[in-house]
Structures are given as C-alpha cells and as structure tokens.
Design a protein around this ligand. Structure first.
Ligand code: BES
Ligand code: MN
Ligand code: ZN
Length: 496
C-alpha cells in the first residue's frame, strides 16, 4: 500500500475526515467547504454517532461533496498518544476495505497537537498504524474470488506540513518494514523457511549495510556448539548460526546484542508433540524472525547504535539420527547438558547462541526472544510476554518501551530455588525442570547458566508471536511482536 502526504485533499478521492467526541462536527474537517459541513451535521443528527475513538460512520454522496465520506471518531484530544494514533490509523484498514474503497484521502489536517507531538507528526503516526495493519499474507492464494474485497492501494494524508509529516513517517516506515519482514518469515510455511533460507533473508540485508556472517554445521562443530547441533541432528536441513551487525553507533560503543530462537519447525523430536496443533510450530522461529526484522529496521533508518543480532537456527525432527531423551551433550560453554526431553529444544539452541554472543561481542546488554514455553501462555495468556532478567535497569527500560509501543511484558521471578531445579544427576544441567511447575521460570534459569553474568533479559514470546483473534495493529496471525519494542528500547536509551 502506498502512502503519501499532501497539503490539500484531492477532490477525486474518497475522503476520510476525523471528528472529536467533545467538539462540533465541523471542527476538523479541513478539506470541506461550509455547505458540506452543514450537510454532514444533518446526516449525523439522527444517528447514534458520538465520534468515540475509532468509531466510524459512512456518509453517502451529499450536496457539496464530490464522493462519499467516512467519518472517524477521534475521541478526546488528550488521549492522543503515538500508540493511540497508530491504532486509529490501523482501524481505517478494515473500515475502508469493507466498503470496498481502493484509494482514499485522509484529512486530519486540523488535528490538535499535544505536549509531545506536533500535528504533522501525529498524522505520520496515523499513517504508520494504517501501514502496519495493511500487511497481509496472501501470497499463496492463486485464485481471487469474484466478490472479494479489493486491495487497498493508496492512502493520501492531508497535513499542514508535508515535509514534517514525511520526515516523521520515514522513520516509522523503516520500523513498519521490519515488522512486515518478521511477519512474513513467521507466516511462511516450514518447507519454505528453514535455517538456510533464514540465512538467505539475512544476507539480503547486507545490501542495506548490515554485516552478515553465517556459520554452518562444520564451523559450529569445530567451535563446539554441541547443544545447538544436537537439536538439528535429526533433520536433513543444515543448522545455522547467523550473526548480523548494524554498526551505526560510535566505534567504541559496546553493542547491544539481540538473540533469537530460530527453530524453523518444532515437532518435539523423539518426544514428539501431539498432532493436534503441531502446525503452530512453524512459528517457533519467531524470535529469530524478530531479530531479522529489527536489523532491517535499524539499517533502513540508519540508527545511531551498535547492535549484534544473532539467529540460532535449527529444525527439530525425529529420525534415526535425532537425539534421544537421556543423551548428554557438551555445550559451547563447556557445561554438559542432560537432554531429558527433546521437546525442550529452544533453550538448547539458545544456550550456545547466548554463550557465543557474550563471549565474542562482549555486549553491554544481551536480550533474547524465544517462543520458549507453552507454560507462559498459562501464566499470561496472549496479552503479555514473559520477562526474565538478571538486571533491574534493563527490565525497566524494556518494560517502558513495550508499554510505549503496545508490546507489553510482565516480569516473572528468578532465583536460586528455581535454579536448583535444573541441576542434573548425571551432567552439569538438565534441559527440563523437575516437573514441579513454573516451567517458564525453569526454562529462564536454564538460559541464565549460559549468559556468564552479562546483563541479560529473556522474553518468552510463545503467546505473543501469533494471534488467533485480532490485534489492533496487526490483525490475525503473525504479529511481529518485538520489532517495535526493541526499536523503541534502542532509540530511547542508546541513540544519544
Ligand atoms: N516451541 C515450544 C513452546 C511453544 C508452545 C511455543 C506453544 C509456542 C506455542 C517449546 O519448544 C516446547 O515444546 N516447550 C515445551 C517445554 C517442555 C518440554 C519442558 C512445552 O512448553 O511444553
Ligand atoms: Mn519444543
Ligand atoms: Zn520449540
């Protein structure tokens, strides 16, 4: 979908205008003449349209109006945070699609600025929300049904300052494109997305200035990635570790590291999962998908920060060469791991990726994202990611960024008592807890054994990567949860 900014509403386009809940209906209809205002007032006089935030009302052709008009409620000006404006923009997508509009002009040119946002910036946020929501995964549909809703092709935003809106939008566009890339790789089927094709996606980013290195199985064997390689050994797909670097900060600045679980399909391995719902495990690489999308966003907006993005990629399959429950592997850290459940594989690929990342890049902070445990959805449902950390400052920065962009998280406890639960009888550590509950916490305790005191946070996104209902900004399916969050976290804290 194309997005442009103009000074004056083009007469030829379907028009969307906003109105405040507590103001006269004429208040912000910038592009319309007096006669039209009167006609609109008459049209809404007898219907129940209160201009509550995000509510919409369609007005068919009126005297003094070229085409039809859609009114969108803006609620109250005091509630217009960047996130609220993005959600408002997102609402336009289903709103316009269901009345079969292909192109529209959105006139919010008289929107009231707030303490922190100017009117042109606010309009850019509305555009950003619309753009994020407009993404769809329909590439495998070869037939279009006759009465199918036409694709929304273009939105033209009327703004008092085209340059200022465009400038603000360019940054938001970079983030939206990262979010879209994440949602693409998360939505792709596992016969299309596997370790090597994920690595190819990363290599694409070298065109926009990301430094990319890929380790294959031979290199990882030499280095001693016993935990990661064990997960992939039952698959015919080669496991990969991908390191992406965006070095937009000062040359001496320690990097921030972001590490993603990238299990491109999780059958459970020999501890095979039940068939019901197994198809969901195509998105078990969402953590890596976020790292990929984030790196794209940072490069597109030329972020002034140094970031190392690592994807730990393997496919977890049962086969004659698969690892068995009770196998013992030696991880890159030197610690031995007793594999008691081959379905607890995410922590294994992360163990080596986390150790490698802290050892080689000495990051100031290290954050991992992983669809790690079903248990996190028991605790938090599909509303918050689980946050686990050894550092309060990092936790606070992440939580704040998440609230800001509508990608929230909730911190859960860690500690010695839980840590003991992953002690093994035969090796240094075992890959599952003792079955006394707190499955998401014991998973985090396992990871902590591989971070070597680095200030670190783990986000369990098993409930957030995919939405079966309908998220305001991203609809159904892959959400890209994490890209906007980490972009905000970096921007607010490390870009001077
Ligand atoms: N990939 C799953 C976790 C998951 C579940 C992600 C649902 C997204 C949606 C993970 O590898 C897994 O299988 N975890 C096990 C851990 C258990 C064996 C200790 C689980 O949650 O049951
Ligand atoms: Mn698993
Ligand atoms: Zn998994």
């Amino acid at each position: 979908m194309k997005i442009t900014f103009v000074n004056k509403a083009p007469a030829s386009k379907f028009l969307v205008a906003g109105c405040y809940e507590d103001k006269d209906f004429g208040s912000i209809l910038g592009g319309l003449d007096k006669a039209a205002h009167g006609a609109i007032k008459a049209a809404v006089a007898n219907v129940d349209f209160k201009a509550k935030s995000e509510k919409m009302m369609r007005i068919p052709t009126l005297n003094g109006l070229e085409g039809a008009l859609l009114l969108i409620g803006l609620g109250h000006a005091k509630d217009h945070t960047s996130l609220a404006l993005e959600k408002l923009g997102a609402k336009l997508i289903p709103g316009l699609s269901c009345i079969r509009v292909k192109t529209a002009a959105i006139d919010l040119s008289d929107i009231e600025s707030t303490k922190t946002l100017s009117a042109p910036e606010m309009i850019a946020y509305v555009a950003s929300g619309a753009l994020i929501r407009s993404w769809k995964f329909d590439k495998y549909k070869t037939k279009r049904e006759k009465d199918e809703i036409p694709v929304l092709e273009e939105l033209v935003f009327v703004t008092p300052d085209v340059g200022a809106s465009q400038k603000a939008f360019d940054e938001l566009l970079a983030v939206a494109e990262g979010n879209h890339l994440t949602r693409l790789v998360v939505s792709e089927p596992p016969n299309v997305i596997y370790p090597e094709s994920m690595a190819n996606h990363a290599m694409e980013l070298s065109k926009i200035g990301v430094k990319v290195e890929v380790l294959g199985e031979k290199e990882m064997e030499k280095l001693g990635f016993g935990a990661l390689l064990g997960v992939g050994q039952g698959s015919i797909r080669e496991s990969k570790l991908v390191v992406m670097q965006w070095l937009g900060g000062a040359s001496g600045q320690k990097p921030i590291a972001v590490v993603g679980k990238g299990v491109t399909f999780d059958t459970g391995g020999i501890n095979i999962k039940p068939s019901n719902g197994m198809e969901d495990m195509k998105y078990d690489m969402a953590g890596s998908g976020v790292v990929l999308g984030l790196m794209k966003s940072l490069a597109l907006r030329k972020a002034k920060v140094n970031v190392v993005g690592v994807m730990a990629l393997a496919e977890n399959m049962p086969s004659g060469s698969a690892q068995r429950p009770s196998d013992v592997v030696t991880s890159l850290s030197g610690q031995t791991i007793e594999i008691l459940n081959t379905d607890a594989e995410g922590r294994l690929v992360l163990a080596d990726a986390l150790w490698y990342t802290q050892d080689k890049y000495k990051p100031e902070y290290m954050i991992d994202l992983a669809t790690l445990t079903g248990a996190i959805t028991v605790a938090l449902g599909y509303e918050y990611a689980g946050l686990f950390s050894n550092n309060d400052k990092l936790s606070d920065m992440l939580t704040k960024a998440g609230t800001e962009v509508g990608e929230p998280m909730w911190r859960l406890p860690m500690g010695k008592i839980y840590d003991k639960d992953v002690d093994s009888d035969v090796a240094d550590v075992k890959n599952v807890g003792s079955g006394r509950g707190a499955g998401s916490i014991t998973a985090a305790q396992f990871l902590e054994r591989f971070v070597n005191k680095t200030p670190w946070a783990h986000l369990d996104i098993a409930g957030m990567a995919w939405d079966k209902k309908d998220k305001p900004l991203t609809g159904k399916g892959a959400t890209g949860y994490g890209v906007r969050l980490l972009n905000e976290f970096l921007k607010a804290n490390f870009e001077g």
